[in-house]
Design a protein around this ligand. Structure first.
Ligand SMILES: O=P(O)(O)OC[C@H]1O[C@H](OP(=O)(O)OP(=O)(O)O)[C@H](O)[C@@H]1O
Ligand code: HPA
Length: 175
């Protein structure tokens, strides 16, 4: 079935939002050398743009991979860790977890639970998009980009069945 892509967030709005988040992180992480952890795959473009806008030095960039959506627009509810961190890498470090979108909250809460077990000295969440109307578990977003309505979105790293990640802006899918 053909999908219609309806523009939701423009490239310029994304860029301004990334700038703002980078300034907020710079303000809070001066002289702290945080570890920035991106959640693959969806956050890869946001992560790359965000760290290039940050001026405060970063100790390390790490990537983890979770998956729950598979080939559909509905979360399976079962979040799998497909790729984790090297042991000990965040022990006693300030960690910034970077997510593209918090929807049900299941992926992010799982990531937070796993990372907390590795004893970071602090752990904060930076998310580009928040879809609070779909939340199933509570997630506190410390650095939030844009709140969005209950639409399935794609672009800027975010996919539907692995498609559309390369689009430079964010679109809502309509049947
Ligand atoms: O709050 P939730 O309902 O858990 O949804 C949010 C997660 O879903 C997407 O990942 P997905 O599982 O589709 O994997 P992907 O990033 O590799 O596309 C997205 O990148 C978030 O990590
Ligand atoms: O709206 C969405 N689009 C794509 N992937 C997602 N994962 C959670 N929510 C979404």
């Amino acid at each position: 079935m053909n999908k219609k892509l309806v523009p939701l967030i423009s490239q310029s709005e994304i860029a301004a939002t990334v700038q703002r988040l980078a300034r907020e992180l710079d303000r809070d992480y001066q002289n702290r050398f945080p570890i920035v952890i991106g959640v693959l795959k969806g956050s890869f473009i946001f992560l790359a743009d965000l760290i290039r806008q940050m001026q405060t030095p970063i100790c390390n960039v790490e990537l983890i991979r979770l998956s729950s959506y598979g080939c559909s627009t509905t979360s399976s509810g079962e979040v799998k860790m497909l790729m984790g961190l090297t042991e000990g890498v965040i022990n006693n470090k300030d960690v910034i977890l970077v997510e593209d979108i918090v929807d049900t909250g299941l992926s992010t809460s799982k990531a937070i639970e796993i990372l907390k077990a590795d004893n970071p000295s602090s752990l904060k969440l930076c998310a580009l998009l928040d879809k609070p109307s779909r939340r199933k578990v509570q997630v506190e977003i410390d650095y939030l980009g844009i709140e969005i309505p209950d639409r399935f979105i794609v672009g800027y790293g975010i996919d539907m069945d692995e498609k559309y990640r390369q689009l430079p802006a964010i679109y809502a899918i309509e049947e």
